[in-house]
Design a binder for this molecule. Structure first.
Ligand code: HMG
Ligand code: MG
Length: 306
């Protein structure tokens, strides 16, 4: 069988999903340097921060300043998480060109995360998406708990498909299916992806956002590729989690995802050593080692095979 070939887009979410879950607040300068190092490594989408309530996520309360200070590379997108019109005011003021709205396929999770039912969250971001479109912004939509919920357990793929289709119909250019607590297994992937496609979201507009809590993320990526997905979210050094999802740990590490993709013959345009350097620089600030097998292997072999 010949190796697959083609382009895969890696959406780097470490500066948002990763840093929202750090025990301490990373200084603004280090956040800016992290985003810039990731873009320098060749990532073309770097989720920069979140304009959510600072009471909900104090770690990203400085998002406005971080976003303004990033030296933006031409050709790189810097989406920002926006939960409501207040967040949109901040996004417009900061000159954001792409936003990400977020809801869930689980009512209980959504209530804990954004203090709203799924229905209420759609009502909340309808005016946000309208403003984004009017301003020529691109919009991403997240569906949390697409593979399981920390409160409700199993989540029906039909429910994931329905929310995904609603997001696309509401104006989201891309829909990212989140395994928020990393419970998914490969056999779920074709079902979850296939039903979202059947519900009307073209596969080229679907992304997978896989947390690696139980070590299944890369296996799920491989299944995602077989199902036609070409956009994967990841966080440098495996940072991340959601404070409203007990037990959630980081996203699949960008380094591990790149190793898999490049080894399988997919092109990403991203330099693996460049991402390792970004993770290491951040780790020198947080004092926490990157949770990436590839970074560990890179260190063990002094970088020879990265
Ligand atoms: P609420 O308390 O229901 O709303 O929160 P509120 O409108 O009453 O606001 C409460 C306070 O926050 C007020 O301040 C507002 O002004 C302020 P006070 O009057 O009490 O001083 N506020 C804001 N401040 C700045 N920016 C804003 C903003 N909005 C309100 N945008 C709300 C509702 C949605 C705001 C809140 O629950 C919230 O911000 N939640 C975000 C939680 C979050 O960020 N979770 C993590 C991201 S999602 C995730 O990680 C999953 C994902 O990675 C995919 C996956 O893995 O599945 C995307
Ligand atoms: Mg996440």
């Amino acid at each position: 069988m010949s190796a697959p070939s083609g382009r895969v887009t890696v959406v780097e979410v470490g500066p948002r999903d990763g840093l929202q879950n750090e025990p301490g607040v990373v200084p603004v300068e280090a956040k800016v340097a992290f985003v810039e190092a990731l873009a320098d490594a060749g990532l073309t989408v770097v989720e920069a921060t979140a304009f959510v309530s600072p009471k909900a996520i104090p770690q990203l309360a400085d998002g406005d300043e971080v976003f303004r200070r990033i030296l933006k590379r031409p050709g790189v997108r810097y989406p920002v998480l926006v939960p409501n019109e207040r967040g949109m005011d901040r996004a417009e003021a900061a000159g954001v060109r792409e936003i990400a709205v977020f809801t869930a396929a689980s009512e209980t999770f959504n209530l804990r995360n954004v203090n709203a039912s799924i229905e209420e969250s759609f009502a909340r971001f309808a005016p946000v998406i309208a403003r984004a479109k009017k301003g020529g912004m691109r919009v991403r939509g997240y569906v949390s708990c697409a593979f399981g919920c920390p409160y409700e357990g199993a989540v029906r793929p039909e429910a994931v498909a329905e929310v995904s289709a609603r997001l696309a119909a509401a104006g989201c250019d891309e829909v990212s299916l989140g395994d928020t607590i990393g419970v998914g297994v490969p056999t779920q992937v074709p079902d979850v992806v296939g039903r979202a496609v059947e519900a009307g979201v073209p596969v080229e507009r679907l992304a997978l956002h896989l947390h690696d809590t139980r070590g299944t993320a890369l296996a799920n990526v491989a299944e995602g590729l077989r199902a036609g997905v070409r956009i994967f979210d990841a966080s440098a050094g495996g940072l991340g989690g959601c404070p409203y999802a007990p037990g959630a740990s980081g996203n699949v590490a960008t380094e591990d995802l790149l190793y898999l993709l490049h080894g399988m013959g997919w092109e990403t345009g991203v330099s693996l050593p460049g991402v390792v350097a970004a993770s290491r620089a951040l780790a020198s600030v947080t004092g926490r080692r990157p949770v990436s097998r590839v970074v560990a292997a890179f260190e063990g072999s002094a970088g020879r095979r990265a």
